[in-house]
Design a protein around this ligand. Structure first.
Ligand SMILES: O=C(O)c1cc(=O)[nH]c(=O)n1[C@@H]1O[C@H](COP(=O)(O)O)[C@@H](O)[C@H]1O
Length: 237
């Protein structure tokens, strides 16, 4: 039987102190935290070690997309920092994705568990009208594209993909039980979507087979973030 997905809280804050303050309240409540572009650019690599010392698994979400040589060097550095999960863009293509995996191997210390490398398919903020190269695109076209990018990522030996909860069922069917699916754009039914387009409830994403649910603002901007995290957890466990 499939286990419940893990909740990942996106620590999207401008300052280290804010991130550490929320992280300390979330100890023992959620297993994973995510450090994205805003926080990483302010806090740097020391924060990764501090969050790991606090007992969290750390998802370093910098979504690399560049020439293969550059991405290989970047994933080696991210691996040396001790991140447990990394993101790259599937649209970077085969050579870049394979270089990311090679960089991870280069950066590994003896005995270190390798970080998972997940490829972003199509950002959850994108809807059919955002595909400039296909103005008549439908929801189905977006879904087909995410499945295509997920299959490619699997062929390129990546560990999984980032997709919306709306595509989990079809990608799970296409890529099997052991391919990791991480879904941002997760909202309880009455929550504000903000800039997200392809949103999904935690219960639906869990039912369809997501492994990791990423939630940011509904928790970080709540008056009671710990209760908000518990509200999300309640619907998936
Ligand atoms: O890679 C990601 O984590 C990511 C991919 C994606 O397609 N969409 C997406 O929203 N994210 C991240 O997931 C988080 C979602 O935040 P909220 O919309 O505030 O819940 C943000 O930190 C985004 O950077």
């Amino acid at each position: 039987m499939k286990t419940s997905p893990a909740l990942v809280v996106a620590l999207d804050f401008p300052e280290t102190a804010q991130a550490l303050s929320l992280a300390s309240r979330l100890q023992g409540v959620v297993p994973w935290v995510k450090v994205g572009l805003e926080l990483y650019l302010s806090a740097g690599r020391e924060l990764i070690a501090r969050l790991k010392d606090m007992g969290f698994k750390v998802f370093l979400d910098l979504k690399f997309m560049d020439i293969p040589n550059t991405v290989q060097a970047a994933t080696a550095q991210a691996t040396r920092m001790g991140a447990d999960m990394l993101t790259i863009h599937a649209l970077g293509g085969r050579a870049m994705c394979e270089a990311a995996a090679a960089g991870r191997d280069q950066g590994l210390a003896p005995g270190q568990t390798p970080p998972s490398i997940l490829a972003v398919t199509l950002l959850t903020s994108l809807g059919p009208k955002d595909l400039a190269w296909n103005p008549g695109a439908t929801d189905e076209d977006l879904r087909d594209l995410t499945v295509h990018l997920a299959r490619s990522s699997q062929n390129w030996k990546l560990d999984g993909v980032v997709c919306s909860g709306r595509e989990v069922r079809v990608i799970r069917q296409a890529c099997g039980a052991y391919f990791q699916l991480l879904t941002p754009g997760i909202r309880l039914p009455d929550a504000d979507s903000g800039d997200q387009s392809r949103v999904c409830t935690p219960a639906q994403a869990a039912l369809d087979g997501s492994d990791y649910l990423v939630v940011g603002r509904p928790i970080t901007r709540s008056d009671n973030p710990v209760q908000a995290a518990r509200d999300y957890l309640k619907t998936i466990t």
